[in-house]
Ligand binder design. Structure first.
Ligand SMILES: *Cc1c(COP(=O)(O)O)cnc(C)c1O
Length: 456
């Protein structure tokens, strides 16, 4: 007989993690280093310090220390919206009529509506500590820009956001949330940077991409005294900060005396998934426990399932270091897909290495199937999920339905990364039956792979 598991499990303040966990410390095969795009030599701390804050560079390059203290100021900020609840999805289990036990870790309980605030506050804190005036960044769907605006407002830092033009126009409310928090928001590509002008000359009328916006934000950071660039996903440091998600989940499960069998997360650049699985992956790497980890990506932007594991550019303007990752090529422009946060061409190099070492699985799912899951979840569990998060919901439901067939009582954990209130155009398309499932052809991918840099 299963003991009485509450619908929601929270940690007490004194049970909250005080250190982040760095999974790289326990990896036998470390993620490949960032390379200087001109020399193809590993980026030194000094080179990286021109772009990123010093302390964040140290975290980026740290493959040794398993635990890193969370500064008190960040712990205090976390207390305003953490711990996030670990929820037992009893209602979903019931409607699926599955013997599986489904849990989700809900990160949507803050104004940014996603997990991104966990890293935004950390990055803004280190920028402030270094005595900087401000930071620059890009945002696609807008969650990262919002999170960073909130963190900068709290710490009194200036925040310059380059927002992918199509989102800037389609999501005016996201833009206004950022401006309310004091950020300046520029549609990208713009005439305010050299790289923006160049991209506009070569692609007049372009509605922009994350890769373009990154190039512009990096240019402004490296050309403005007292500014550095910050990034909301992909980087090792971001996975480190996001480990708070997994650490809290693990502590909550331990409190309940439960162990998950399958851990599922959506994967854009890999930060929420990396953060959620890190402490569990650590146990697997050390041979202490075993779990199945599943990354879920859109079929329209399938970095893991159809990408190549290779060094690639991180941005369109090719000003950033090269990263070895599962990639579709930096020239890949995903088709209009409503999960804006999952449209990046590459993937975290830490997760890429774990996937290449077969420690993690990946699946891709089609958009309409994702929204079917989102709708079912919203109706039965109450929360209106972000389209990104709904990729994880889709696969959690699929795994639970498999348990129904086999009668297995698996325990499933998935990351519910955020809410979808700013994504109602997507929901409208779905509700009107106008949503399409575009899947890139092999020819399209081959064309994009041809643009990969040659690195030996
Ligand atoms: C940004 C975002 C994602 C994807 O980013 P990762 O770095 O892969 O975690 C997923 N869900 C939400 C709600 C997001 O805002």
């Amino acid at each position: 007989m299963e003991k009485n598991i509450p619908y929601k499990t929270y940690l007490n303040e004194d049970e909250m993690p005080k250190q982040w966990y760095n999974v790289r410390a326990d990896m036998k095969n470390k993620p490949a280093p960032l390379l200087n795009p001109a020399t193809h030599k590993p980026m030194t701390a000094e080179e990286l310090s021109a772009v990123f804050c010093k302390e964040l560079v140290a975290q980026e390059l740290d493959n040794e220390n398993a635990y890193i203290d969370i500064p008190q100021e960040i712990l205090d900020f976390y207390k305003m919206y953490r711990p996030s609840p670990l929820v037992r999805a009893y209602c979903l289990e019931k409607i699926l009529d599955t013997p599986a036990k489904i849990y989700y870790k809900f990160e949507g309980n803050n104004t940014s509506g996603s997990h991104k605030l966990n890293s935004a506050i950390a990055q803004a804190y280190y920028a402030k500590k270094q005595g900087l005036k401000g930071v620059t960044t890009e945002t696609g769907a807008g969650q990262w820009g919002t999170a960073l605006s909130m963190a900068c407002a709290y710490l009194g830092l200036d925040c310059k956001v380059f927002m992918v033009k199509v989102s800037y126009e389609q999501k005016p409310f996201r833009r206004e949330v950022m401006r309310t928090y004091g950020a300046s928001v520029t549609p990208s590509p713009s005439e305010t940077t050299e790289v923006g002008k160049k991209i506009l000359r070569e692609h007049p009328g372009t509605t922009g991409s994350l890769g373009c916006a990154i190039s512009e934000a990096v240019e402004v950071a490296t050309h403005t005294e007292g500014y550095r660039y910050v990034l909301g996903s992909v980087l090792n440091q971001v996975l480190l900060h996001q480990s708070i998600i997994g650490l809290e989940s693990k502590a909550a499960f331990e409190k309940l005396g439960v162990k998950p069998d399958i851990i599922i997360g959506c994967a854009g650049g890999g930060s929420n998934l990396g953060g959620l699985i890190s402490p569990f992956m650590g146990e697997k790497l050390r041979g202490e426990a075993d779990y199945r980890f599943i990354a879920v990506e859109p079929a329209s932007c399938p970095s893991f399932t159809r990408g190549k594991y290779a060094y690639d550019f991180c941005d369109t303007g090719k000003v950033c270091p090269l990263a070895k990752m599962y990639t579709l090529g930096s020239g890949f422009i995903p088709s209009a897909n409503h999960a804006g946060g999952l449209r990046y061409h590459g993937m975290s190099s830490t997760l890429s290495q774990l996937y290449d070492d077969k420690l993690m699985e990946a699946v891709s799912v089609e958009q309409t199937k994702v929204f079917e899951a989102a709708q079912q979840f919203a109706r039965i569990e109450g929360i209106l999920p972000a389209p990104e998060s709904s990729h994880a919901i889709r696969v959690a439901i699929d795994e639970a339905l498999k348990c129904k067939e086999t009668g297995e009582e698996k325990t499933i954990l998935f990351g519910l990364t955020g809410t979808g209130y700013f994504d109602m155009v997507a929901y409208q398309k779905f509700n009107d039956g106008e949503m399409t499932d575009y899947i890139p052809t092999d020819e399209e991918l081959a064309k994009s792979f041809a643009g990969l840099p040659k690195v030996d």
